[in-house]
Structure formats: structure tokens, C-alpha cells
Design a protein around this ligand. Sequence first.
Ligand code: UD1
Ligand code: UDP
Length: 364
Amino acid sequence: MKIICAIGTRPEAIKMAPVILSLKAEPWVDVRVLATAQHRHMLDQVMSLFQIEPDIDLNIMRPNQALTTLTARLLLELDKVLLSEKPDVVLAQGDTTTVMAVALACFYHRIPFGHVEAGLRTWDMQNPFPEEANRVIAGKLARWHFAPTESSRQNLLREGIMDSDIVVTGNTVIDALLMTAAKDLELGIELDPEKRLVLITSHRRENFGEPFRNICRALQTLAARNPDVQFLYPVHPNPNIKDVAYEMLGDSSNIHLCAPLDYAPFVAAMKRSYLIISDSGGVQEEAPALGKPVLVLRDETERPEAVEQGVVKLVGPNYERIVEEAQRLLDNESAYQAMARGISPYGDGRSAERIVKVLREHFA
Ligand code: UD1
Ligand code: UDP
């Protein structure tokens, strides 16, 4: 019985690591790790942290890769892998181009595909782009839907997926977060211990261009108005982000730009932070569990649970909203405390265990 676990980007590696490690402890399954390496350095960072060695590495990433060629190259390489490996099941997580291509290649080869983090929807194909389309396609082709929450299960039912094919497992990101947060964490960047920290990440394709410049303008204003606050921004290497971030923020004395942090130092940064400003999916899930408020640089989210509980707020890539909401949280202690409650709507750290149980009961 052979299961391939496919990973392409940083968040897929973080969220699949607990599943891969749990499956490797099962005697009935031969687990093979397939790295498409849609990301290179950022994927390797996570695999080494969790001590996961890829059995197959497609080394797909090219500088500033375009969606069409990325998809085409993935399909051609995946075709060869599925023909030679002949897995009984393939698992992949989330909504990247890797996941969509893996689901499609499995469908063509009639290999059952299990979708981890199934059922997230904004119901808007343009937001996030191209992830909403990727997860709709992956969901349509999946045999098992491992939904993180009840609301993601409801989304799948609304699309006509059979209830018996859906299992609510929680999100494996909380498994990864708890495994990592339990270790001795070193941020590895010198910060002023007296000053509050605002942590920033941003990478969404729909924000490229003017929306991302608005985000940078808002950060410039916040940094200038709050010299007693330090801003840490590990910049995503996509050139559409990196070039603009360094051009617009490189000169601000209290904004520290750096390369993407390894996951353990990034968890340390989240724990050390006062406030997080981000458009990341994973960070929206992790920060509430650490009791950190998040301002989300998007107009919509497929993760409504934390917004409904009042610990995450959507501010869009909108200059006024970012400045106003961040300043309010920096100035107003009661507004801050209302958002800094530690809750974990996305999981309890046992999601991988539940996913493995479903597969064990089916196959073992
Ligand atoms: C991808 C996913 C997005 C996910 C994000 C997580 C797609 C279309 N996008 O976006 O859903 O939220 O990853 O971070 O699947 N690069 C490097 N080194 C790396 C990684 C990226 O230099 O380790 C640069 C390369 O120039 C690469 C570019 O970033 O071509 C874009 O990478 P890509 O995976 O296509 O898109 P992301 O914006 O990273
Ligand atoms: N992350 C990291 N280093 C960083 C920034 C983020 O390890 O410098 C982690 C973060 O904790 C989360 C994941 O990367 O688990 C999110 O990845 P990203 O924001 O790239 O993708 P998304 O979740 O939006 O798909």
C-alpha cells in the first residue's frame, strides 16, 4: 500500500509535515514524499526543520514563474511520477498550483486523491487568485475531503460533495505550530526589548501592483508616526513583492526587512509580536492560537471563523483602513485586548491523527 504525499510550497510543507510524520509511523503504509519544489528555498527550509527528505524532487521552480507554464510543467512531470510510482493514494494540501495539478494528474491516472484543508471558499474566483479556482478544481476531483472546520464542510456540501466523503479534522497547521512552539525558539534577529513589535507578511497575487504599493505606503506612515514601535517584515522572494518592498520600505529606520524566516524563528517572531499585519492564509490560522491580533490585507477571506470571533479583522490593501486600524490597536488598550484573546478555531493539534485514522480504517 503506497501513499504519495505531495508538497510544493512553504505552507504545504508546514501543513503536510504532521501528516507525513504520522503516516511514517504506520506499519501498513509505504509513504513517499514528492516535492514538486514549486518553491525551492522556502520549501527546503521547512523540510529540514521537520527532517523530511523528499523521495522524489521535481525541482520545478523558475524565477518569476508564470501560472500557465508552471501548470504545464507540473503536469508533464507528475505524469511521469504517477506512471513510475503507481501509488494507491495521493495526498496534497491547500490551494496552490501544485495541488491543483496533482489532483488533475491523479484524476487522469484514476488514482484516488485526498485533499487536506478541503472546502475553504470565498465564492469569488478572482479573490484569492488563482487559489479559489485551484481549490474548487482539487475539491471536485478529490475522493477524500479533510475539512478543517464545520464551515468548510458546509461549503463542500453546498457544492454537492457527498457527506460520507467529508471528514472534519481541524487544520494540520495547528499540529505543526504546537510541535514547533514546544521547542526552544530563537528569533535570531536583534530587537529592542523595550519596543513593541509589529510583524508583517504579504505575497498575494491579486495585490501585485498598486494594491501592494498602498500597503507599503500605509507601513511607511505607521513607521513614521510610531518611532517607539519596531516593524519586522520577512519579505516574500517573489520579485513582484520583493523589489517593491525594498524600494519603498528599505530606508525606514524602524522597519526591518529580512529574507523569509525559517518556520521556528517565524513562530518566535509571532510570539514576540504585539500585532500582525498579513495577507497569509496560514498566519490567519496560527496567530489567533497564539493570542495575536491580525489585520488581514485582503477584502475577503476563506477563513471566516477568526473574523467572526473578533480576533482577525479584514482591512484590505487599503491605505486608510490599514493605518486607522493598526493605529487604533497601538493606542487603545481595550480595543487591543478585545482582539488579543487566545482562541483556536482551526484546530487542537490532532488533525493529522484524524486524517491518518480515516486512511487506516479504509486500507489497513
Ligand atoms: C505560492 C502560491 C500561493 C501560496 C504561496 C505561499 C500559487 C500560484 N501560488 O505563491 O497560493 O500562498 O506560494 O508562499 O500556487 N521564489 C523564490 N524562492 C522560493 C519561492 C519563491 O525565489 O523559495 C520566487 C521565484 O521567483 C518564483 C516566485 O517567487 O518564481 C513565485 O513563486 P510561486 O510559487 O509561483 O508563487 P508565490 O507567490 O510564491
Ligand atoms: N512563515 C514562515 N516564515 C516567514 C513567513 C511565514 O515560516 O518568513 C510561515 C507561517 O507561519 C505560515 C506559513 O509560512 O505557517 C504561511 O505561508 P505563506 O504566507 O507563504 O502562504 P499562505 O499561508 O498564504 O498560503
